[in-house]
Every structure is written in C-alpha cells, then in structure tokens.
Design a protein around this ligand. Structure first.
Ligand code: B12
Length: 216
C-alpha cells in the first residue's frame, strides 16, 4: 500500500497531468491508508495553484485549466462522502449562505469552503456560481443566516462584493448578518476596505473564523 507521502505526490501529479482517474486513485488510496482527506484536498489545491501560474505565464491554456479542475473535482467526489461521515452529529451551529459572486463561474474553492463548513456542523445553503447580488439579498431575507459568504476569483468580479455590502444595507438587512469574503484575489485589506466582517484565506481559515463569529 502507498504511504502518505506517495499519496500526496500522486494527488499533485494527477492535477498537473490533468488525470481524473489518477486523482480518484490518489483519493481512494489516501482513504485506505487513513490519510486525512483535507491533506489530499490541500495537495490538489496546491497543484491547482501551479496550474494557475503556468496558465498566467502562457505555458498552459484554458482547456488545460478546465481538465485540471475536472480532475480535482473527480478526486474530491471520492473524498466528500468519507468527510461527511465525520460530520458533527450535534444540532446545526447556524446557517451560512454561500455562493460565487455575480459574474464569476469559478466554484472549486467555494465548494470546498461550503463542504468544510457543512462538516463542521453548519447548515450551508449553497447558491451556486455566478449568483446575482439580488439572489444573495433574497436568500438573507428568506433563510436569515448568521453568515453570508461570497467567493470571487477575479479582480473584475471582486468589486461585486462591494454591492453585497451596499444592497444588504439598502434592504435594511446588513445588521442581521455577518459578511464573509474569500477567493484568491481577496485579502484582509480588501475586506477592511469594503466593510466585510470576515476574510477567509482558505477553507480551514473560513471554518475557524466562522466558529469564532458564531460563538460555536
Ligand atoms: C480552475 C480555474 C478556472 C476553471 C474554473 C472551474 C470551476 N468550476 O471552478 C475554468 C477553466 C472554468 C476557468 C475559467 C475562467 N478563468 Co480561471 N482560473 C482557474 C485557476 C487556475 C484555479 C482556481 C481554483 O480553482 N483554485 C483552487 C481552489 C481550491 O482555490 P481557490 O479558488 O483560491 O479557493 C481557496 C481560497 O481562495 C478560499 N476561498 C475560495 N472561495 C472562498 C469563499 C469564501 C467565502 C471564503 C471565506 C474563502 C474562499 O478557500 C479555498 C480553499 O482553500 C485560477 C488561477 C488561480 N491561481 O487561482 C484561474 C483564474 C482565476 N482564472 C482566470 C480567468 C481570467 C478565467 C476566465 C475569464 C478565462 C477566459 N478567458 O475565459 C474564465 C472565467 C469566466 C468567468 N466568468 O468566471 C484568472 C483571473 C484573472 C483576474 N482577472 O483576476 C486566473 C487568476 C488565472 C490567471 N492567472 O489568469 N478558470
């Protein structure tokens, strides 16, 4: 049986080689060997970061990025049910509405955050991707969540996070919910600038900060 280092290496290689079957195999081997699924997801994420760097440098093209993200999704699909088995059995710690912001179809990072918050015991309402600002506002009205999280992966869409702040204020809802932002171009500075309550750098960071914000 492969050991942890070999499995982590295989997980990274699978993404770098756009190989969904290898990603599934790494996930399966990892579960068999008792490797923490989060460590495997982190390996996928780090390789996806390398793919992004090569894409930016013009060494890879969009179909490569798509194939890498499909491979990552294939691996995560194997890990998810196993992670959900460890889901907190106690009653819900509160509601979190989450989605990729209007104009942004990137969803991998948001999906990881949503699933880790679910595993941590939150009732997560995932609105999907390219979610209109007004849909977020309506979801706050309907579900009354403790937190609303938006994911933005592009400098062109992160500006829409300002709209979340403004539209929630206009609807008189801003005081009822904490806003959380994340995604590669977002920073603590950006959160401070737009008045978002929480910035989460990663899914683990998001879980820690949501727990602190909800007193759970
Ligand atoms: C995969 C990918 C795609 C895939 C997305 C598949 C999918 N279903 O998500 C596809 C191929 C579809 C795609 C399309 C495009 N992409 Co793209 N893509 C990427 C890539 C390589 C990786 C993103 C990713 O999934 N990373 C892995 C995940 C796990 O990391 P993550 O998203 O950062 O998430 C973590 C944290 O940020 C955080 N987090 C994420 N969301 C949230 C939310 C909250 C609330 C919190 C607290 C935390 C949090 O936690 C996550 C887990 O730890 C990035 C490069 C990069 N370095 O980011 C480019 C990148 C984001 N894409 C880019 C571009 C330009 C595009 C396109 C416009 C390309 C085109 N010409 O069509 C289109 C976008 C169309 C649109 N309207 O959105 C640019 C954006 C540049 C910019 N303006 O800022 C990037 C940066 C690449 C580049 N360097 O040029 N892309």
């Amino acid at each position: 049986m492969a050991n942890k280092d070999e499995i982590i290496k295989m997980a990274k290689e699978a993404i770098l080689e756009f190989d969904g079957e290898m990603a599934e195999e790494a996930a399966q081997e990892g579960l068999k060997a008792g490797v923490n699924p989060v460590a495997i997801i982190e390996a996928f994420t780090s390789a996806m970061g390398e793919v992004g760097v090569d894409f930016e440098a013009g060494k890879l093209f969009l179909p490569h990025v798509l194939a890498a993200s499909e491979a990552m999704n294939a691996g995560i699909k194997i890990l998810k049910p196993e992670m959900e088995k460890n889901k907190s059995q106690i009653e819900s710690k509160g509601k979190v509405v989450i989605g990729s912001i209007e104009g942004d179809i990137h969803s991998i990072g948001k999906d990881i955050v949503a699933s880790m918050l679910g595993i941590a015991g939150y009732d997560v309402i995932d609105l999907g991707r390219d979610v209109p600002i007004k849909t977020f506002v309506e979801a706050v009205k309907e579900h009354k969540p403790a937190i609303i999280g938006t994911s933005a992966l592009m400098t062109t869409t992160m500006v829409n996070q300002i709209q979340i702040e403004e539209q929630l204020k206009a609807a008189g809802l801003r005081g009822t919910v904490k806003t959380m932002i994340g995604g590669a171009p977002c920073t603590q500075d950006w959160a401070d600038k737009i008045g978002a309550d929480i910035y989460g750098e990663s899914a683990t960071d998001a879980v820690t900060k949501v727990k602190a914000a909800t007193g759970a």
